[in-house]
Design a protein around this ligand. Structure first.
Ligand code: FAD
Length: 525
């Protein structure tokens, strides 16, 4: 969602200019909730509104969600101007509105379920007059069967997906809007009224999605559940289908030759697997690069480092030489009753034990599941997430591993250790701040090791949601709510048309995904 309060001010400024060239921000529709932070009901409704904003995030070029807190002094005048007398009040604003407008009331009545609001947004978009249609909004009306037949003969260079559905279904329009930010694909919808035509295409149930490939071949797509999330996720993952705006961004020129040759060869990998090469490369970077920027460890930093090494030495599901190195480091740290340690001394130990004594950590970076389409994308931060997810899962599966460490019986052991690591050492300070905010909010409520696994999963998805469409996003690996339906169909459900996670299935999936049996040793030295 746009930052609280800012959403409305953006387009409002734009409407006021009256000049079409200055109206970029008003080229879309807005649906705005005016609320008051002093209104308990509004606060109760806030999670639904936030969920809606996340749910329709990809629709932003056509329609956006906004909020304004009329309980805040700075906003009194604006709310008065819009004639807001009770909360929450919902208003729509058409694209290309040339002056301040009071918008249109959304008569929510008692039914303010997310699905209802989402469908009203679609109705609003679809029923716009021609002159107020947002340019980014593709046609939402169904395509007649005779027009579809002509698509089969055309030689397009992109995919064309057609969602066949009943007259009352919104799935087709939702999928069309979900894909508007993606290139190399056009999504259309068609109704199931021409039974003979449907039969010819082999469509026996609706909604179904028929796909015409760029090479002219075509057929029904095979997904496990005929739901919006499954259709959209499948289409977004087609080879060559990428987020539009990001792919149009200029690719930064590399600073030096060495950097630009970093990704020499693309390594094929299976996204349902965990690669030891990522975990070991991440550990190498963490120990030899990130921590090495700290000349001296003392006080809270030293305590954090010691606890980190204690926990990881017990839980890292790695190869013998690496685990031995971590154990040696841990024993060494315990044996030193110093209140400060120069990091060089730690580096010596990490570097010099080497292969001879069977204690060894690679000093080569080999990203596999964490490789990016450009050298500056993904890599270390991806591996750090994977490392901490692995540790939460290992702690939940093997709680006895922590006996005699002082951390046994602490369900938050990995989370607290991660929180302190991120706070003291993670190079991205803004990331650390965001993470700390999430930790402050709810980490204390984690009461079991299983809940710790789920807490980190949920928070990682919050970060994914926040970063979707961000400059740091790798166009080849768009930020998604994970695991995607293809990785874990059982994790996804729909309740009254709204996507919902089956947390028991998510936990089962995470415990499998981040467990030893799912680790591949391919590409490892
Ligand atoms: P990542 O998000 O790094 O995910 C790595 C892998 O983990 C994925 O490929 C997938 O296999 C798996 N995965 C994805 N989601 C989940 C999940 N919910 N549960 C379990 N596994 C999952 N960058 C910023 O720009 N701003 C920030 O505020 C920010 N905060 C960060 C906070 C932390 C603690 C960390 C470790 C990183 C943060 N980053 C932030 C970096 C950012 O989250 C990504 O790591 C980076 O953009 C690379 O993204 P990626 O595509 O490799 O996927």
């Amino acid at each position: 969602m746009d930052e609280e309060g800012q959403a409305l001010l953006g387009p409002a400024r734009c409407y006021a200019t009256g000049s079409r060239s200055n109206m970029a921000a008003a080229c879309r529709y807005w649906v705005v909730q005016f609320y008051s932070s002093s209104c308990g009901h509004c606060i109760g409704f806030a999670p639904t509104w936030r969920a809606l904003a996340g749910d329709v995030r990809d629709w932003e070029p056509a329609i956006r969600i906004g909020v304004l807190d009329c309980g805040e002094e700075d906003n009194y005048e604006t709310c008065k101007e819009y004639g807001i007398y009770y909360y929450p009040t919902f208003r729509y604003f058409k694209a290309f509105t040339k002056q301040f407008t009071t918008g249109e009331n959304y008569k929510a009545g008692s039914d303010r379920e997310l699905q209802t609001v989402r469908q009203m947004m679609i109705d609003f978009l679809q029923n716009h007059s021609q002159d107020s249609r947002p340019p980014a909004c593709p046609p939402l009306d169904p395509v007649p069967s005779h027009d579809i037949a002509t698509l089969f003969d055309k030689n397009n260079h992109h995919y064309t997906a057609i969602v066949f559905e009943s007259n009352s279904s919104y799935v087709g329009r939702e999928v069309i809007l979900d894909l508007i930010q993606y290139e190399n694909i056009v999504v259309k919808r068609a109704l199931n009224s021409d039974k003979a035509f449907l039969e010819k295409l082999g469509i026996t149930s609706i909604p179904s999605c028929y796909l015409i490939y760029p090479n002219g071949s075509r057929g029904l797509i095979n997904i496990l559940k005929p739901l919006r999330s499954f259709f959209s996720s499948y289409l977004k993952s087609l080879p060559g289908v990428r987020r539009k705006l990001l792919s149009q961004l200029p690719i930064p020129i590399k600073q030096n030759k060495e950097e630009s040759t970093e990704i020499k060869q693309w390594k094929e990998f299976d996204k349902s697997k965990l690669y030891m090469a990522d975990l070991e490369s991440g550990l190498h970077y963490l120990l030899r690069v990130e921590l090495a920027t700290h000349k001296m460890l003392e006080g809270a930093e030293l305590k954090t480092f010691k606890d980190f090494v204690t926990v990881i030495a017990k839980l890292f599901p790695g190869r013998q030489p690496v685990v031995k190195l971590l154990e040696t480091l841990q024993e060494w740290l315990v044996s030193l009753p110093l209140d400060k340690i120069p990091y060089d001394a730690i580096l010596d130990l990490v570097n010099n034990k080497m292969r001879i004594s069977g204690i060894f950590l690679t000093n080569h970076v080999q990203w596999v599941g964490c490789q990016g389409s450009r050298p500056e994308l993904r890599g270390y931060t991806c591996s750090l997430w994977k490392l901490f997810h692995t540790l939460t899962v290992q702690a939940a599966i093997r709680p006895k591993a922590l006996i005699n460490t002082g951390f046994e019986d602490n369900p938050q052991v990995v989370l607290q250790m991660m929180r302190r690591y991120i706070q003291h050492f993670f190079g991205c300070k803004a990331c650390a701040q965001h993470f700390e905010e999430m930790a402050k909010e709810s980490m204390e409520s984690v009461k079991t090791l299983d809940k710790a696994v789920l807490w980190l999963w949920e928070k990682h998805n919050v970060v994914n949601n926040r970063l979707a469409g961000d400059l740091s996003e790798d166009p080849k690996f768009p930020k998604v709510q994970w695991p995607t339906p293809d990785l874990c169909p059982a994790c996804h459900e729909e309740i009254k048309g709204l996507h919902s996670w089956n947390e028991a299935q998510v936990l089962q999936f995470l415990k499998h995904h981040y467990n030893n049996e799912n680790i591949l040793y391919k590409y490892i030295e």
